[in-house]
Design a protein around this ligand. Structure first.
Ligand code: COA
Length: 177
């Protein structure tokens, strides 16, 4: 898959770059991101962060499209949004925002923009979004981004504290209004 950049008002979604690694290191150390977007492996250091951005910058398998969410004005890193498990018209979407960017609907706007691109340009039919029931902010992002809830998955995912949590499954279809 070819890299793209997507604009959304004051946001620019763009592929990850090596120079994002220090900001990613700090973000992945945020307790809320460590809990709800857990990374495999040990502590987050510079090397882990660099591998993280390089893995996400490589779209060559066609299985994911991972974007840095930045401020269009000055390039500040605000968050992450990614389509993953892209296969046969389906994908899943994930996201986080850095603490300083929260409360401005950055995640909602990034999810809407990437989803619109997924339907219009990738030709996907269904995008799923899962979050822990214990993470109500993420539920709000899903609702606001037009992903209706479809049900509760019981103890379906092990989060950062090592415990399994129930999750809400939300999804959008290309044919949704
Ligand atoms: C969840 C997250 C992505 C939301 O980021 P954001 O775009 O900055 O979202 P906002 O802070 O603007 O909040 C979005 C909505 O959630 C609401 N919200 C925020 N914190 C909340 C909480 N603790 N409980 C309930 N609602 C909450 C906001 O009021 C807002 O609702 P509104 O649209 O009615 O105003 C961000 O908090 C985050 O990165 N958290 C840690 C990692 C994470 O949870 N990732 C998602 C994994 S599925």
């Amino acid at each position: 898959m070819e890299h793209v950049e997507l604009s959304a008002a004051d946001l620019l979604l763009r592929p990850w770059r090596d120079e994002d690694a220090p900001a990613v290191r700090d973000a992945l150390r945020d307790p809320a991101i460590a809990q709800w977007n857990p990374q495999a492996g040990g502590p987050i250091d510079d090397e882990v962060a660099l591998l993280w951005v390089r893995r996400r910058a490589d779209w060559s398998t066609g299985g994911h499209a991972s974007m840095a969410v930045t401020a269009a004005a000055d390039g500040e890193l605000l968050g992450s949004v990614s389509l993953h498990r892209i296969h046969d018209g389906d994908a899943s979407i994930g996201y986080w925002t850095v603490p300083a960017a929260r409360g401005r609907h950055v995640a909602v706007r990034a999810v809407v923009r990437l989803t619109d691109w997924a339907f219009a340009d990738l030709g996907l039919h269904r995008v799923e979004l899962c979050h822990a029931v214990a993470n109500p902010a993420s539920c709000r992002v899903a609702d606001r981004a037009g992903y209706p809830a479809e049900g509760t998955l019981r103890e379906s995912y092990r989060y950062g504290d090592g415990r399994r949590y129930d999750e809400h499954l939300h999804a959008r279809l290309a044919t949704d209004r």
